[in-house]
Design a protein around this ligand. Sequence first.
Ligand code: AMP
Ligand code: MG
Length: 345
Amino acid sequence: MVIVLGIESTAHTFGVGIASDEGTIYANVNDTYTPPAGWGIHPREAAEHHVTVAPRVLEKALSQARMTMKDIDAIAFSQGPGLGPALRVGATVARALAVKYDKPLVPVHHGVAHIEIAKLVSGFVDPLVVLISGGHTMILAYSDGYYRVFGETLDITIGNCLDMFARHLGLSMPGVPKVEELARRGKNYIPMPYTVIGQDLSFSGLLTYALKLLKEGYPIEDVSLSLVETAYYMLAEVTERALAATKKSELLVTGGVARSKRLREIFGIIAEDFNVRLAFVTDEYAGDNGAMIAFTGALAYRCGIRIEVENSTIRQCWRIDTVPVPWVELIKRGDIKLKFVKKYS
Ligand code: AMP
Ligand code: MG
């Protein structure tokens, strides 16, 4: 068994987790930067936040796990994708720990980590994945060494779209649940641009149109309802087609937006129609968190993946379908056995 300390810092959250390659999570401590209402994440301000909280988060994670650095086999970090200044803080902390305590350094792709933690908690082994986090809107499935993309946004993510709409209304982050709340009070659906191109999606025109309707005086609740329903049904359409094409029997939804109440209803209908098992990542591991980096780092480290400090520059635009995930085959074959155990309170 290996135990890995993982550091997350791609965007709003600085997190430290500690996990084993058998599925035990020993610690998950996260501190999230919240911009003032009406504002988005300024990368420099997020980075300043991360620098400020890093020592305390690290200390808290070790004490939550009742461990010292002696118990840690390797240091994993979110190498990308994400906001440069924010990513650099996590990478710097990880490098410093690796050098000071003479531990191997393990690079982790943030999106892959969202998938692995959701697979761990759901017990799903080979699902069709809907990855809806701040930085990703993608449909994926594993094949031959990589997570392959079966549809993605061509511009902004679905979370971005609703967060930016929320910002224009002067609401604070996270925006998605607040726009959904407004949508629940909407009465009339206003037809919106519905942009599905093959298996790909586009949300920027939808956002522009929703903002135009607001300017024209349409009720906020009706515009919210129309925006949410249109965006979610676009995602539902490509998910259905991906299920039909891949014939997967498990549907797994992960990332920060997986907490959406309305999407849970919509994916429930899809799962029933396609007769597939459905799971959502649990709330604790939905948003960015250190535990998912630690756990994915542990799987990667077990497969011999590591990086030299001098080669460990961050990768702001790292595509998920270029990341080798050799552990997936080992898990499918039963050579790596996982059991989700949460060993902290
Ligand atoms: P992540 O980058 O994975 O932490 O995801 C961030 C996204 O999750 C943002 O777009 C948030 O608005 C969204 N989000 C946060 N909380 C919720 C929630 N309770 N329901 C739906 N979306 C949420
Ligand atoms: Mg994320």
